[in-house]
Design a protein around this ligand. Structure first.
Ligand code: G3P
Length: 219
């Protein structure tokens, strides 16, 4: 059990790396949490520092999720550094726990007073490594919603909620056997609820009609 705890904590620490805060500090000497929407995430970096830094932040945040699943979770299998046998055999579950831990680290980062981002890019990065097809469909939904609404938050919310729906439809209606479906679906639902929670202020602004729209102009 110790090695499971080890990979989960390590994943949390990887997710905790406050990419947007570091980039905004290095590029402009500012704390991104005091500008734009106040969110420590790629969208806000995009808004405040322009698309190049926004995209860089999103990619790095996604990388944190992918690293947690591909690199850190792997340590569990290799029994590093604790060489004990555990009853915890389902590796998909270990990968998902590591991915979720990275998302939690991104949202509540220990390196920045537990005030991080909203978890979208990190969740995308980790889920892409496990359910690639479903995530490509979700990214398509995100792009369509953002294109027509100009609200990144609405795109993020729609995409997050659509992931468990896509999984369910592919497995049950299209008869595709998704490896680890029974383990992945409940976590996809939990992540969708988490994303709704982290976007609660955005939802409030969307309902009041004063949410920030994204513009694709140069910066
Ligand atoms: O993923 C974050 C995005 O959905 C909203 O970001 O800065 O508009 O609150 P922001």
């Amino acid at each position: 059990m110790l090695n499971l705890l080890f990979v989960i904590i390590l994943s949390y620490l990887v997710g905790s790396i406050p990419t947007s805060i570091i980039i905004s500090k290095l590029v402009k000497g500012i704390d991104i949490r005091q500008y734009g929407s106040g969110n420590a995430g790629g969208t806000n970096v995009f808004r405040v520092l322009g698309w190049k830094w926004g995209v860089s932040t999103i990619l790095l945040d996604a990388l944190k999720g992918a690293v947690a699943v591909i690199v850190v979770a792997r340590l569990y299998l290799d029994n590093i550094p604790f060489n004990n046998i555990t009853p915890f055999d389902d590796f998909t579950l270990v990968q998902i726990l590591c991915g979720v831990a990275a998302v939690i680290g991104h949202i509540w980062t220990v390196f920045a007073g537990f005030k991080g981002g909203k978890g979208i890019a990190t969740a995308l990065g980790f889920l892409m490594t496990i359910i690639t097809v479903d995530m490509l469909v979700a990214i398509g939904i995100f792009l369509v919603v953002v294109y027509f609404s100009r609200y990144i938050s609405l795109g993020s919310l729609t995409a997050a909620v659509s992931v468990p729906v896509i999984l369910f439809v592919r497995e049950n209606l299209f008869g595709v056997h998704i490896a680890g479906y029974g383990v992945i679906l409940p976590f996809a639902i939990v992540l969708a609820l988490l994303v709704i929670y982290t976007h609660r202020k955005n939802i409030d602004r969307l309902l009041k009609g004063n949410e920030n729209k994204i513009s694709f102009g140069k910066k």
